[in-house]
Design a protein around this ligand. Structure first.
Ligand code: ADP
Length: 486
């Protein structure tokens, strides 16, 4: 096929700014698409650490000569541009630098004016690439609600300007829970005249709903999540709108960056290993036990968790499961948890750890150096999510020979095969989760051969970005064909 010009718009791009899986996708997928021969460019906001890195002159971020005058309200707002490339590639990344909206804030999100900030970002990104640089993409790939204002503007006001008219858009939902709502005045600021959607309260704009409504094609990050969000339970109020567009919604699994997540040369492991040298994992397990101040016992199964401490991740059913595990209801076992997030989950874990000092150890915080040791040193990886658009934890665990115990929801249902590469349970309950974990521990104790066969099957899975990138390429082609009327 013809090489395409593809513009990525995202609030997070690893390694420049990462809060979750969105950043991993937007840091990896452009490289995989570039490897297929496409011209991919990425635009994101210049948050405080990015501007700091530029001003320090230490990193690779440089300034770009363009100054933008972004149309907003009755006038324009000036914005600068920084640029860099995605590490290990030639994919350009442009940063919209507007101090008041981005660099003056301590974090990426969490402010009352987030919907306005990202509306500005979206409009500025289009202005930069198309008006200022004259680079008209064949397709625009917008990610999550932060980039939905671009999709909305292009489908409405943008159609009146020949430079922007008829550009196909692909909108990817990474997490339907976060929707971004703003007062209707935001449409005045952006010069958009349109009607309300049934999903929007009177006088309110819902950016997530707008992205779904206006995009040429919609994708989400796993086939099962695509189905789940079309139902009442998983739809976060937007299920009817998604059903309305169901023929244009596609689920494409995220890949894993195999350059980063490779147990044969991960610098954070004390003993790198592959499927033929599984015995090496024992060394990692011992160091993991030492780091978490647990007894260095080879004979005990070690359960690991690396997670945001958030309702989504199934923490509400985890407490009782840990209680049973640590009270030896399935024999002696150890557990380590690395996580950051809501205080009530921290309290729960600390409470349990207080009772079981030699069995459960927790580390509260975000530590990318410690996570690989958990994947490469634990025997089981627990991920009992309430919902999970795709999930990377289980993919990494399988690649690192730790068998995942997961709830069969979203991407977890699509990637973990019960009894083949891990263990799954259906209902969101401690009982169901415990049964799956108990079954896993039973096999661990009585059938080492099957256990190792499962480890090897999981490690041989191919969840690299190559096949996902081809699937996105197909969706781009469909979007282009739709707009050009082929
Ligand atoms: P989500 O994006 O919903 O948080 P994913 O499973 O898709 O969940 O991705 C989580 C990623 O973040 C994984 O790479 C995981 O290792 C990492 N991670 C999560 N919490 C921590 C933590 N406390 N410390 C280090 N890495 C973490």
């Amino acid at each position: 096929m013809q090489p395409l010009k593809i513009l990525f718009l995202s609030a997070e791009v690893a390694p420049f700014a990462k809060a979750g899986g969105l950043a991993d996708v937007c840091g990896s997928l452009p490289k995989a698409l570039a490897a297929l021969g496409h011209d991919v460019r990425v635009v994101m906001p210049a948050y405080a650490p990015i501007e700091a890195s530029y001003h320090s002159g230490q990193g690779t971020i440089r300034s770009h000569p363009v100054t933008l005058q972004v149309p907003m309200g009755y006038g324009t707002v000036p914005a600068g541009v920084l640029e860099a490339t995605l590490p290990g590639s030639k994919v350009p990344v442009y940063f919209i630098a507007e101090w008041h909206r981005f660099a003056s804030r301590a974090f990426f999100y969490g402010y009352w004016d987030d919907p306005q900030r990202f509306a500005f970002f979206s409009r500025a990104a289009l202005d930069l690439m198309i008006a200022a640089l004259g680079w008209r993409p064949d397709v625009i790939h917008a990610h999550d609600w932060h980039a939905a204002p671009a999709v909305t503007w292009l489908a409405t006001a943008g159609q009146a300007d020949g430079r922007y008219a008829n550009i196909p858009t692909v909108y990817t939902i990474h997490n339907l829970m976060h929707q971004g709502t703003a007062p209707w005045e935001i449409f005045h600021d952006m010069g958009i005249l349109t009607h309300g959607l049934k999903e929007e309260h009177y006088g309110e704009v819902n950016w997530m709903a707008r992205g779904i409504y206006h995009a040429t094609m919609i994708t989400t990050v796993s086939p099962t999540y695509a189905r789940e969000i079309m139902g009442w339970e998983g739809g976060s109020g937007l299920d009817a709108l998604l059903r309305h567009r169901s023929f244009d919604v596609h689920g494409i699994l995220n890949g894993l960056d195999y350059e980063v997540w490779d147990p044969t040369r991960d610098p954070h492991l004390v003993a790198p290993f592959d499927a033929a040298r599984l015995d090496q994992r024992q060394h990692n397990k011992r160091v993991l036990q030492e780091r978490f101040r647990l007894p260095q016992r080879d004979d005990l199964p070690l359960v690991g968790m690396v997670t945001r401490l958030d309702r989504q991740k199934g923490l509400d059913i985890t407490g009782h499961v840990l209680h049973l595990l640590l009270n030896n209801f399935a024999g002696e076992a150890q557990c380590v948890v690395l996580g950051a997030g809501a205080q009530h989950y921290v309290d729960m874990l600390e409470h349990l750890a207080g009772y079981h000092r030699d069995r459960l150890s927790i580390f509260i915080g975000y530590d990318p150096g410690l996570a690989p040791l958990i994947y490469g040193g634990s025997d089981l990886f627990l991920m009992p999510s309430l919902f999970e658009p795709c999930g990377l934890g289980q993919l990494i665990a399988m690649r690192y020979g730790s068998l995942p115990v997961v709830r069969a929801t979203g991407g977890l249902a699509d990637t973990v095969r019960h009894g083949v590469t891990g263990f799954t349970f259906q209902y969101y309950s401690s009982d169901d989760c415990w049964n799956a974990l108990k079954e896993a521990l039973y096999i661990y104790h009585v059938d080492r051969e099957s256990w190792q066969a499962m480890q090897r099957t999981g490690m041989a899975n191919d969840y690299s970005w190559v096949s996902s990138a081809r699937a996105y390429q197909q969706v781009y082609e469909w979007a282009i064909a739709r707009v050009r009327g082929w």
